[in-house]
Design a protein around this ligand. Sequence first.
Ligand SMILES: [Zn+2]
Length: 77
Amino acid sequence: MDEVDLANERAELLNSAALNAALHKKTERPSTGVCCDCGEDIEAGRLQANPYAQDCADCAAEAEIERLRLQRTGGRR
Ligand SMILES: [Zn+2]
């Protein structure tokens, strides 16, 4: 009896894990290969490193610089 319960519980856990993975995949769409910011093609090497990249290296760098700047000015208040 206990063994069956355990197997059922395990199956349920596996199911919810698979569901979570599927949901996660939905929000994290694979890249279209085109920058969502400037519309330029995303570098092939960048896509290889991150198949989910939504922006090109230039825009990603700019976004990162902006993020760091905000972080710095925010922390200096
Ligand atoms: Zn771009």
